[in-house]
Structures are given as C-alpha cells and as structure tokens.
Write a protein that binds this ligand. Structure first.
Ligand SMILES: Cc1ncc(COP(=O)(O)O)c(C=O)c1O
Length: 356
C-alpha cells in the first residue's frame, strides 16, 4: 500500500513564520487514511491541510474513542531534519489503539507517512534554537451511531506545526502541586494509553492549581493516593545525591514515555545509576526535606527535561535544590537535545534523518 501525494501548488505553500504559538499554527499538508471492516485501511493520502467532515453522531464525539501521539522533527545545523525514536511513537500508537479497541496501523506505513509529510513541509521545520516541528498522529472513531460499542469506521490522520523552544533563555524550574483530591488514571483503566479522555480528566485539577500559582499537577495513584505517577503530561524523575536517578515503575496507569525510556537507557552510559520503583510521596518529601534528594525533574517530548523547584503537598511547599536547575537535569537535557539536533553522538541509533 502506498501513499498518494496530492500536494498544494508550490506557489500556494507557506513557510514557517518567525512568531508562532505551540499548537496554533499548522503546516501546509496532512496525512489521512480511512478504515472500514471490509476494505481495511484505504484512501491513503497526503493532501493540503483541511477540515474533517464528521457526522454529528460519529462515535468519537460521544464516547471519546480516540488516540493520539506527539513527536518532533528537529532542524540540524547543516539544514537536514532529524526524527527522534519515531518508531517508538508508532508502536505506542498501536498499543493505545489496541486498548481502545481500534484497528492497528502498519508501523512502516505510519513512519513513511510521517517522513513524507515532514519532507513535503520541510520549510515549516523552524531553525530557531530549541524549536522543532511538532507531529500529531491521531485516530478517531467515525461510525455514525449512538449505540455504545466499538466503532466500525476510523480515520487516522497526521498534522504538523511549528513548536518554539519550551524554555526561552535556559531551563527554569516549575512549581508543582501534588494532587490531594483528584486522580488522573487508575490501574486497570486507560492511563497507559494516549487517549484524549485522560487529558480531559486532568483539566479540572490543572485549572484549580493554576489559580493557586502552580504550573503543573503531580498525580498520585488512584487506589491509595500515595504512590507517585506522573507530573502533568510528563513522567517524573528524582535524583539522590546527584548520582542516582529514580523514576516510578510503570504501574498500568502511567504513560510509558519515550523520553523516560531514553533517560533510563542513556543515563547509565553517562555516569548515573537508574532505577524504576514504587515511590511513596511521603518518603519522597522526607528525602527532599533532608537533602537526600538533590533534584526533581519532569521528562517528556514537549520540554525534554523540566526541572521542578517546588512540590506542594497538603499546604506545605517543599523546595528542591534552592529552586535552581540542577546539574543532572542540565546534563541530560544537553545530551538528549544534542542527539535530537545532531550535535552529539547518536550512540543508540535513535535518529532517522529525513530525506528532503
Ligand atoms: C500523560 C503523559 N505522560 C508522559 C508523557 C511523556 O511521554 P513522551 O516522553 O513519550 O513524550 C506524555 C507526553 O506524551 C504524557 O502525555
């Protein structure tokens, strides 16, 4: 199966503007394919970016049968473009699809679609420091029916758009509120799938903590309200004595982040110990207060590494590393972004260069 490309006339194509907001500006083209049980995936094409037409009874609009991914293309200094571990995003997309009773997508075709789309819209890959082209694969359930049950029809699409540097002028620590009342996901639920409902469920608590001046929510497990899961849309790491990195073990309700996995693989090669454990919030706060924990940071595609300067729990602020970015966070940030932008050795074979 091959992708039919119907590009915009060259004279009508745009270029990446100097100013843009994340998620608000989109490149010229998009990928789409449709699924039905008789034909499987078909109508496989790249066309100009356009609105989708959906029946108001389409299953996704009522029961949220939807999945998505998020990855980036990075402009190298020689003008080329890199993808970072894109195959892992395509595999996670299929794991999410399976959990949400949706059809899987051929991984090679999905990757090819991403590469062709990025190549066609390569003038949209920004070249400012720390900027990138964000890539958003999505699948929605399109059967027009209100009866509850898995949809028969689906549309898989990919859109892209420029994303600016997450931190302008260097990494800076965020303040985080530990959710005492609300939960993001429960073991046995869909927390480890990248499905829209998990994000909708997180909005209320995020809005509440924002009013109190905190920028992210740290989620605890939904059974005991004790074990650390994730921070906002990032995984989380704690550093003991500047040497040992600890991250919550995957519990079934944590999204298995590709940045998290990259840290687990990369950190031992650059001098750190790494372990995955069940982490009790009370132990972690005691270890922060005693100075055993020297750094805390979130990790994910958007920011790569996001240092945490304050953790607030039950009315008390626990300050980490004097609210400063730590050495380990900085080291990992430099290594990972160096690999992504092609300035450091790609020792794990994580990079795919896009043929422009
Ligand atoms: C809930 C959640 N956790 C963790 C992550 C980090 O995952 P990744 O490193 O693959 O971006 C994300 C972002 O995709 C997320 O949405």
């Amino acid at each position: 199966m091959s992708i039919v490309v119907k590009p915009l006339d060259k004279s009508k194509r745009g270029v990446c503007p100097q100013e843009f907001s994340f998620g608000g500006t989109f490149s010229d083209h998009m990928f789409t394919q449709d699924y039905d049980p008789v034909n499987g995936w078909h109508n496989i094409e790249i066309t100009p970016y356009h609105a989708l037409s959906l029946d108001p009874s389409a299953a996704v609009l009522h029961y949220s049968q939807e999945i998505f991914e998020g990855l980036k293309a990075y402009r190298r200094s020689d003008g080329g473009v890199n993808l970072f571990r894109a195959e892992e995003n395509c595999k996670r997309f299929n794991r999410s699809a399976k959990r949400m009773v949706m059809p899987e997508v051929d991984v090679d075709l999905h990757l090819d679609a991403i590469k062709k789309l990025v190549a066609l819209d390569h003038q949209w890959v920004p070249d400012q420091d720390g900027a990138s082209l964000y890539i958003r694969p999505t699948m929605i359930a399109t059967t027009p029916k209100l009866g509850l049950g898995a949809s028969a029809n689906y549309t898989h699409f990919i859109i892209t758009g420029p994303a600016g540097a997450y931190f302008k002028g260097g990494l800076s620590p965020i303040s985080v509120y530990v959710a005492d009342k609300y939960r993001r996901a429960v073991k046995g639920g869909v927390g480890e799938a990248k499905t829209g409902g998990n994000y909708a469920a997180s909005l209320y608590a995020s809005e509440e903590v924002a009013k109190q001046g905190y920028s992210q929510v740290l989620w605890l497990d939904a059974v005991e309200g004790r074990f650390i899961e994730e921070v906002g849309a990032m995984n989380i790491c704690f550093v003991y004595a500047g040497k040992r990195i600890v991250t919550p073990e995957l519990s079934g309700s944590i999204l298995p982040g590709i940045t998290r996995d990259s840290i687990i693989k990369l950190a031992p090669a650059i001098g750190y110990e790494v372990s995955e454990q069940r982490l009790d919030i009370n132990t972690i706060l005691t270890d922060i207060d005693s100075g055993k924990i020297t750094e805390v940071f979130g990790c994910g595609t958007a920011a790569v590494i996001s240092p945490v300067g304050t953790l607030a729990f039950n009315g008390t602020d626990h300050v980490i590393n004097h609210n400063q970015t730590g050495e380990v966070a900085k080291h990992l940030y430099d290594e990972l972004t160096g690999i992504q932008y092609g300035t450091r050795e790609d020792r794990f074979g994580w990079i795919t260069s896009v043929d422009l």
